[in-house]
Design a protein around this ligand. Sequence first.
Ligand code: SRM
Ligand code: SF4
Length: 557
Amino acid sequence: MNEQTELTPVEGIKQRSDFLRGTIVESLADNATGTLADDDTQLSKFHGFYQQDDRDQRAERARRKLEPDHSFMIRVRVPGGIATAAQWLAMDSIASTYANNTLRLTTRQAFQFHGVIKRELKTTISGINESLLDTIAACGDVNRNVMCTPLTEKSAIHQAAYLAANTISEHLTPNTSAYHEIWLDKKRVADSRDDEPIYGPTYLPRKFKIGIAIPPSNDVDIFSQDLSFIAIEKDGDLLGFNVAVGGGMGMTHGEPETYPRVADVIGFCETKYVAEVAEKVVKIQRDHGDRTNRKHARLKYTIDDRGLDWFQSTLQEQLSFELIPAKPYQFLFRGDEFGWQEDQHGDWHLTLFVPEGRVQDLGRHRMLSAFRQIARVHTGTFRLTSNQNVIISGIASTQKQLINRLLEYYGVTALQAVSPLRQHALACVALPTCGLAMAEAERYLPELANNIDELLIRNGIENEPLSLRITGCPNGCARPYLAEIALVGKAPGRYSLFLGGDGVGKRLNRMTHENVDEGEILSILSQWFEKFAKERIENESFGDFVHRHELRLTEVQ
Ligand code: SRM
Ligand code: SF4
């Protein structure tokens, strides 16, 4: 239990901000610096952007007594990950005009731009809004982008789940008119007062995340979310959703009072109640979450401090209906299904591997250009998956050949020929933009995956569906603690190694080795792979094998 009693400074900033206005307008107008005023760097997150600096340049600039090379990361909300071709073109144009000519696809199905300078923030954010996407609540102490399996054409249940994701997203979008005033030049009505009926003037103690999954796929990793919904079907109809609460990934090295946690499934509700459940859970967290320590402020800690029984009864008291016992469900996989799929109406959907979630033109592989050309002729949509990949969706059979030709021409087809390990691996952004990164992730994954692949090939297990995730620090942006193998950054070139997740995202892995370098990691994995190849029982996954042998972990070192 937390013993601090003073509210964190961020609480004061929110309180004084007049519903997220702060002095952002003044900060933007200050041409003397490329940064925002300190308080505004906190408030900017609620508007969807972060102040960053190029960490590759930091030391050299400091040596030359220059201030860090500041720019901004902007995150665009895309509930359920669905964007039209016109929206894709708008994102592409912003990436090449105002950002670093890349589009980052995030682990929560959103777009990110890196490298936007202060004087172009307003044009960029208003441009995003013109495309009918927005950035409000993409970051900050509010509900974030709501995740959902994006291939709605798969069944009526997928369609209904996506609608539920949108309903929740709209219901929990902040009400303040500050966003429209600052970025879209809407005038504040004289004497008008903002109101946040769900959040209140200080919003939530911390970020809040919601996801919806449709078994047997757990692609949105629902056990990592503060609140999640598991679709329950009967004879092809959606009965409603099991509700799970209290998932979260973030932790801090060496601080055992911070930890990743998998969500608890607490009951079942009909579809018409999802927004009500979301609102009440958010309000419980608003009122009982810890505002004195941001490292202890997520819903998972509120639940662990007060007990799951307390949480369930508090929620039940506030609901207008009874949450009944959860219904049976089974998750069998969570990766993306790559390649062409035909839906019941004869339209086609193509899932493409996007290396480390970064859409860019790199040498012969010009993915950014390919998707731009496709978006110009494509009448369907683009879908962002929670594994940082893209589905070009709603392709008429007459267009298939053209799409294939474009992908071939721009070298995207060649990019698809990677190992299963690499195809399903996740890496967070980390260096050079993330201010919290302790080690590389996105930039290191290709080399790491190659090295691990060599070990897998040596043991004849290269086709195992193995989940590998890497993050540059323990915050867990690529949900590493749910992977079979995870590397969590500790210092440049050094990671803590976590093993034993179950591959479908229900079991946390464990740290087996702290602060090891690549040589040590490969040697540890090599021993495990050899043992796994020889001793696994039929159909046993690598994570399950490690889990079964867990007590003997130290022997294998
Ligand atoms: Fe994250 C902070 C990137 C998904 C847990 N995350 C950050 C920041 C904003 C760093 C910062 O605070 O200065 C990173 C910006 C890096 C950059 O340069 O772009 C960052 N997080 C990301 C993204 C872009 C990773 C990616 O490569 O895709 C993901 C954006 C998702 C989105 O579209 O909204 C991203 N972050 C996640 C996830 C995964 C998820 O949500 O499914 C998690 C773990 C789940 C969870 O929240 O428990 C996650 N990010 C964090 C945390 C730890 C929170 C905690 O409870 O301890 C931080 C640090 C913080 O909030 O103080 C953080
Ligand atoms: Fe940055 Fe850490 Fe998140 Fe990676 S896990 S993006 S290093 S905060």
